[in-house]
Design a protein around this ligand. Structure first.
Ligand SMILES: Cc1cc2nc3c(=O)[nH]c(=O)nc-3n(C[C@H](O)[C@H](O)[C@H](O)COP(=O)(O)OP(=O)(O)OC[C@H]3O[C@@H](n4cnc5c(N)ncnc54)[C@H](O)[C@@H]3O)c2cc1C
Length: 499
């Protein structure tokens, strides 16, 4: 039998505890010995409360049941993101976790919608989205409770990041993970191979390992600081570099969606939780001071603030490589793209899934490292392009947005937009997180309409098409009306127990 692999996880934020829980599940003793080191004095970033549907899969493999998970994290359900004032002030659109119904005459419905829209039909495309039908009525039921077209959607969650880390910690520790509290003062490396061999903590304790998972947050203690892997800066494409976060008292019902409202020099999020709302301003420091950001945030809350806004600084981009020697960075230590589409926790999850798939129990072959880095870089770049599309397609006229409109786009995004303009199709690359309906939501919502539509769609009988669209929209609306209100669904199934 191969020797037990010593896996050391650096950091106990969302990334660290997700890594610990998943490795405990897929590399239990005696195959691996898993140790997590975290420093209470340093703490965690304490934000990261909106997710995408993939997280359901994480809970499933860990055996965490949805009602227990939602109750333990003061969670609510998320059907998508409402974008307010992004295209221009007064405009709203919705990116839901679903599509726009089945193909009509073999063609995706957005082509037919474009045709109807060009003929003067004013309704936005989300009127044919089940997530929007439910979210716009503050209603929620899981897809498995629905039938037919009304069941064709997914859901994610909003949760308290601190409570989620605690839940994962309980899970990981119950499955054999050892937690060590302390500040890492020094990282030791092998003189010949350059591999990391051990961590020295304040007070002299040494923790040796075979594989190190760097979940140390923005400091990127092992990959960035110790191994010197460069940071690839994407600020020229995603210009926001600051955030201001504050909780607020819940104002009324909790909506089953995240709201993102564009402001003059950035945007504001609102994430509904059971016990409070999470709020934040993401902004470009070149265009807005911290004081102005805090004032804007506080002036636009649904309820009373629960403390002072907390400033956070970040640089958008990624490490040039995510896996170097025997160190793999996950989470903020690997890179960061702003939370506009709640993709950071998703990237933690997919990074870990990929690592678990590829990490051998013995010697690490360089081909594996190359493949891990190739896939992860590709996935980051695809999300980057999707986020840039939100910025560059705006019609707003404040300086930040004017700059975004004028920026030179990555070739991959420029090709996507040009293909969309010419054909109403979105070319998808390898490892895309966002499929065509997601792009259609953002492109049509930002009023970037193509020059035409699929030729076959042009042949569908116009009267039949209008009737079919009306029928589909009304069927979704009726199905949504049958769902319980979101807050009542939570009260019945997964209300947190008051402390
Ligand atoms: C403004 C903002 C909003 C966000 N919103 C979302 C969102 O809605 N959805 C989403 O998916 N993601 C979001 N994110 C990203 C999300 O917060 C992170 O991806 C997630 O919290 C993971 O963080 P982490 O575990 O990598 O780092 P951290 O939470 O920073 O944890 C780092 C850990 O490393 C430890 N550590 C560091 N140095 C040492 C040392 N020397 N010795 C010992 N321990 C050490 C710390 O103590 C801590 O335990 C947001 C991020 C920001 C900045």
């Amino acid at each position: 039998m191969t020797a037990t692999q010593r896996i050391v996880i650096v950091g106990g934020g969302t990334a660290g505890w997700m890594a610990a829980a998943l490795f405990a599940r897929f590399r239990p003793a005696p195959y691996a010995q898993i140790t997590l080191v975290e420093s209470d004095a340093i703490g965690t970033i304490g934000v990261g409360e909106a997710t995408v549907p993939l997280i359901q899969h994480l809970n499933q493999v860990l055996g965490i049941h949805e009602p227990d998970f939602v109750a333990a994290t003061q969670g609510t359900f998320k059907l998508g993101i409402e974008f307010v004032d992004w295209c221009r002030v007064g405009n709203r659109h919705f990116h839901g976790f679903g599509d726009y119904g089945e193909d009509i005459d073999g063609v995706p419905p957005h082509h037919h919608w474009l045709r109807l829209h060009a003929a003067g039909m004013p309704e936005p495309i989300e009127h044919w989205s089940m997530p929007w039908a439910a979210a716009s009525r503050d209603r929620f039921a899981p897809p498995q409770a629905m039938n037919g077209a009304a069941a064709a959607f997914k859901h994610a969650y909003h949760f308290d990041a601190g409570l989620y880390a605690q839940l994962l910690r309980r899970h990981a520790e119950a499955n054999g993970v050892t937690r060590i509290e302390g500040r890492i003062a020094q990282v030791l490396r092998d003189g010949e191979s350059g591999d990391v061999t051990a961590l020295n903590l304040d007070g002299g304790r040494e923790i040796a390992g075979d594989v190190f998972i760097d979940c140390s947050g923005f400091v990127s203690l092992l990959l960035g600081r110790t191994l010197g892997v460069d940071f690839v800066d994407w600020t020229h494409w995603l210009p926001c570099d600051r955030a201001m976060a504050v909780g607020s008292a819940r104002g009324g019902r909790f909506t089953p969606f995240t709201r993102s409202t564009a402001r003059a020099a950035g945007w504001q999020w609102r994430i509904p939780l059971q016990h409070r709302s999470g709020n934040g301003m993401v902004y470009a420091s070149r265009h807005l001071s911290d004081d102005e950001a805090a004032a804007t945030l506080l002036a636009n809350l649904d309820g009373a603030p629960l403390g002072d806004p907390r400033p956070l600084k970040f640089t958008t981009g990624r490490r040039a490589r995510f896996w170097e020697h025997n160190v793999v960075a996950i989470g903020l230590a690997a890179g960061f793209m702003e939370p506009l589409e709640s993709t950071s926790i998703q990237l933690i999850q997919t990074g870990l899934a990929r690592l678990i798939e590829l990490l051998p129990s013995g010697v690490i072959d360089p081909a594996i490292v190359t493949e891990y880095n190739r896939q992860t870089i590709t996935e980051y770049e695809r999300i980057r392009d999707f986020l840039i599309a939100h910025y560059c397609l705006t019609q707003r006229d404040e300086p930040l947005w004017q700059e975004c409109r004028a920026m030179t786009l990555p070739d991959t995004l420029a090709h996507k937009l040009a293909t969309w303009d010419a054909s109403a199709r979105v070319p998808l690359y390898d490892l895309e997180s966002h499929q065509e309906p997601s792009w259609v939501a953002i492109l049509t919502g930002q009023e970037r309409l193509p020059r035409g539509w699929d030729a076959t769609a042009g042949q569908t009988d116009a009267t039949r098409l209008a009737a079919l669209f009306a029928e589909r929209r009304d069927a979704l609306a009726r199905a949504a009306e049958k769902m319980p209100p979101h807050d009542r669904f939570i009260e019945r199934t997964c209300m947190a127990i008051a402390a």
